[in-house]
Design a protein around this ligand. Structure first.
Ligand code: BES
Ligand code: ZN
Length: 850
């Protein structure tokens, strides 16, 4: 039997839950009455609990017969067992438990968060984070998504505080120096969606969406930052009601910014929690990227109110049904809200991130076996989110948007207030599309990896074949072998241009080759038309040359994919680095921000591989590629410029000043920063990055002070990461020290440490520091912290460091869950191999920039 699954002989239907948190003693007391259905005779009840003390336990039957039980907690199993003196017969029972626990500082379960008030005084509040398996830290429960129940919550708090939970307040009364807040019954839902937030909170005015009011909450003084998040919250909620064809399932919707928050945000029904950067923003001072982040996260969590909260995956192996869908819907909603943001083009960057991890032998299928809680945690990765959303987009385009939507609507109706799995989704989509979905889709969900589609000419025919794409020819020694002869049903859309006209042909490419007859005088042939496919394309040289000659005819996403795929096959060793660098020269007049992001990312990777002696030449190459577009955009906003162009300006300023190490740009950045004159909000974050890169100790102190006195979450974040972007070792070591001395919030510290591991100036020292302080970090950081930090080892791209990384993890054997560690080590191998293979070619190529 699976030790991580509860026995099924007793099922909860309702929790009447009362909690009394005490911010002075950092603890809470609670009691609950769980209404249960016992299905088989039993003398014990088994449920989940951890870091709780259970006092009294009584169970009462339908006829009023009460039995005293004895509770014992098995901390390792995260369970409690309540033994009764006699057998309980099948039927309805009410189990009453009294318990106590602590408000921990690990950002999970029921935890405390701190912030400074207007007078600089430290204040505390309490919040919850239960996904995946931490509700059991706040109250004993059946903590699996399949055990849906009604929750009736009561919070007993200090009268001056506010309490928020999943549903509307039903009653509030003050007596005996305590305030008792009673909330309405919730819908039937999973334990991981329950939430309580208690503190001195401020809210915006409510905005109604149907019968529900939508509000944004924050700690005192930050309400001025709530309007933008509020606006997208309302817009996306309305959008989803239309798309899903079902009203919002809650009775109200609160969105709360919590100063300490491990993830980005959490979709608790009716009480969505966020880290401050993901909800609160000053619309006039934020960059496009910062605003887009808020819009995305808010829309994403709102999408979950149906996809995840109303219909929930049966078990964590199916978490992609939640997260991939919410990610897909987030883009759909933001795209509908601000079409000018071209969100589906920008989504290419997310798709590229998924293609990158899914090109590893140590990748996993989207749906993947989960037993232990840490394996559930490891599922929240780029494969679940970005690959999952990409294959949904591919399917949506293949079936047609309205057929797809009809299938989604039917799925939600059929499984509302219940659980579902991948097969249920295929069945609903199949009914809408009148065609079997598993044939096409199962390969994408249950197989690891994706195809590389090779395109070549054979006389007047275009020939397409597929094989799995991996960066390395073989898996790393000791890791699981890769399946042989994999194939997918690939929806290909081929666009052929001939004599000024173009036509598109759609087909499913299977395991065997597919031939297309080309018209007379066929010119450019593009295989992934529209760019929605989750695969890479490798063109024969003639086809590639034709495409490069027709770049302006390609959509931005198509140019993006062209560069992204070329870079991937270069890293894999199918294309020479010189050829790739030549290709980048064809993009000097590129104007799309996303295409630039992929070009610049590839230069960034090379920067981590290159010997420091050659770094100035790489900088010269970067300037050569960027100079023309940068010259054209200049430093200042032009009337009528769209937001994406403005964001591109910020990106280019940053790359010129940092990777390009351009002295004139650095000087101009210093001057503009000093004058603080009417800067475009897209340029300011870039200036901060450039000035850190070129900065000295005085600049460091200045930025540290700015970090401490920041007035928006975005400003704080810019200066925080700037502290990892200096070059001088003595300054970087100060930043390192701050990752464990309490100066940075533990929600951020692992990411700062990761940035230092990825910095070519800081990585050696950062690695020594991480090795030395590993246990300390493990104790301080929230549970995903070390996993996030450890991703930084992929930047330690020298053979010596790689060996040391292996030795360290060999000795430590950290348990990140799933395949995380294998993936990091394979990514590191790929980088070192690229260095070993191409460093001579790179040096030769760069000689022209001497
Ligand atoms: N359900 C997740 C939050 C979560 C993540 C809980 C990991 C437990 C473990 C939430 O819906 C989410 O996906 N949040 C994202 C932001 C989103 C916009 C991609 C996050 O936290 O990064
Ligand atoms: Zn999510």
């Amino acid at each position: 039997m699976d030790p991580y699954r509860l026995p099924r002989f007793a099922r909860p239907t309702r929790y009447d839950l009362r909690l009394e948190p005490d911010l002075a003693t950092l603890s809470f007391t609670g009691d609950e009455t769980v209404t249960l259905e016992i299905i088989e005779p039993t003398a014990e009840i088994v449920m989940n609990a951890v870091e709780l003390k259970i006092g009294e336990a009584t169970i009462t039957g339908e006829r009023g017969d009460a039995h005293r039980g004895v509770a014992t907690i098995d901390e390792a199993a995260e369970r409690c067992r309540i033994a009764f003196p006699s057998t309980l017969a099948p039927g309805i029972w009410r189990l009453r438990l009294a318990f106590t626990g602590i408000l921990n500082d690990k950002l999970r379960g029921f935890y405390r968060s701190s912030y400074k008030d207007a007078s600089g005084e430290m204040r505390l509040m309490a919040a919850t984070q239960f996904e995946a398996t931490d509700a059991r830290r706040a109250f004993p429960c059946w903590d699996e998504p399949e055990f849906k129940a009604v929750f009736a919550v009561t919070l007993v708090i200090e009268p001056k505080l506010t309490a928020v939970s999943n549903t509307a307040v039903k009653d509030e009364r003050v007596a005996g120096g305590r305030k008792t807040v009673t909330f309405a019954d919730s819908m039937k839902m999973s334990t991981y969606l329950v939430a309580f937030i208690v503190g001195e909170l401020e809210a915006t005015e409510p905005i109604p969406v149907g019968p529900a009011s939508v509000r944004v909450w924050c700690v005192p003084g930050k309400r001025r930052l709530a309007a933008f998040g509020h606006e997208i919250a309302v817009a996306s909620l309305r959008f989803f009601e239309g798309y899903y064809g079902l009203p919002y399932p809650g009775d109200k919707l609160d969105l709360l910014a919590i100063p300490d928050f491990a993830a980005g945000a959490m979709e608790n029904l009716g009480a969505i929690t966020f880290r401050e950067t993901a909800l609160l923003v000053d619309e006039r001072a934020a960059s496009h990227a910062e605003l887009e982040r808020v819009a995305d996260v808010v829309a994403h969590e709102n999408a979950h109110m149906w996809f995840g909260d109303l219909v929930t995956m049966t078990w964590w192996n199916g978490i992609w049904l939640n997260e991939a869908f919410a990610t897909f819907m987030e883009i759909l909603a933001v795209d509908a809200w601000k079409p000018e943001w071209q969100r589906w083009t920008t989504f290419g960057v997310s798709r590229a991130a998924a293609l990158s991890v899914d090109g590893l032998h140590s990748t996993r299928p989207i749906e993947f076996h989960v037993e232990a809680p840490r394996d559930a945690d490891a599922m929240f990765d780029v494969l679940t989110y970005e690959k999952g959303a990409s294959v949904l987009r591919m399917l949506e385009q293949y079936l047609g948007a309205s057929v797809f939507r009809d299938g989604v609507r039917e799925y939600l109706r059929r499984h509302a207030y219940a659980n579902a799995d991948t097969g249920d989704l295929w069945a609903a989509l199949g009914r809408a599309a009148r065609q079997p979905i598993p044939e096409v889709m199962d390969g994408w969900i249950f197989q690891p990896g994706y195809p590389l589609v090779s395109a070549r000419l054979d006389g007047r025919q275009l020939v397409l074949t597929q094989q799995r794409f991996t960066y390395l020819p073989e898996p790393l020694p000791g890791s699981t072998p890769t399946p042989r002869d994999q194939a997918w049903q690939v929806p290909v859309q081929v666009r052929v241009t001939a004599g000024g006209h173009s036509s598109v042909e759609r087909r499913l490419l299977g395991a065997s080759e597919s031939r297309f007859d080309l018209p007379d005088r066929a010119g450019a042939v593009l295989v992934n038309e529209g760019g929605h496919g989750f695969y890479r394309v490798r063109y024969g040289s003639e086809l590639l040359e034709r495409l490069l000659g027709a770049l302006p005819d390609l959509a931005p996403i198509e140019r993006f994919n062209l560069v992204n795929d070329a870079w991937a096959v270069t890293v894999a060793g199918f294309m020479g680095l010189g050829d790739y660098l030549d290709l980048t020269a064809r993009f000097r007049s590129e104007r799309d921000r996303n295409v630039w992001s992929i070009l610049l990312a590839s230069f960034g990777t090379l920067n981590r591989l290159i010997d420091s002696a050659h770094r100035p030449r790489l900088a010269a190459l970067v300037r050569d590629r960027v100079a023309s577009v940068f010259g054209e955009l200049g430093w200042t906003l032009r009337p009528g410029e769209d937001e994406l162009t403005r964001q591109l300006r910020g990106d280019l300023v940053r790359v010129m000043g940092v990777l390009g190490d351009d002295r004139a740009v650095q000087a101009k950045a210093a001057e503009l920063y000093r004058s603080a004159a009417d800067l475009d909000p897209n340029v300011l974050p870039a200036l901060i990055g450039v000035l850190a890169h070129a900065g000295d100790g005085a600049r460091y102190d200045e930025f540290l002070a700015k970090f401490r006195s920041a007035t928006t979450p975005q400003e704080e974040q810019r200066y925080l990461y700037a502290l990892a972007a200096f070059q001088q070792p003595s300054l970087l070591s100060q930043t390192l020290a701050r990752t464990i001395n309490g100066e940075f919030r533990t929600q951020d510290a692992p990411f700062v440490a990761r940035a230092l591991l990825m910095s070519v100036y800081g990585r050696e020292a950062a690695w020594e520091f991480v090795k030395t302080n590993w246990e300390m970090m493990e104790r301080q950081y929230p549970k995903a912290g070390l996993r996030r930090l450890a991703e930084g080892v992929t930047g330690l791209a020298t053979p010596e460091l790689e060996r040391d990384v292996h030795a360290f993890f060999q000795a430590r054997r950290p348990e990140f869950g799933g395949k995380t560690l294998e993936q990091y080590l394979e990514q590191l191998r790929i980088a070192v191999r690229l260095r070993e293979r191409e460093s001579t070619a790179l040096a030769t190529y760069l000689a022209r920039f001497a």
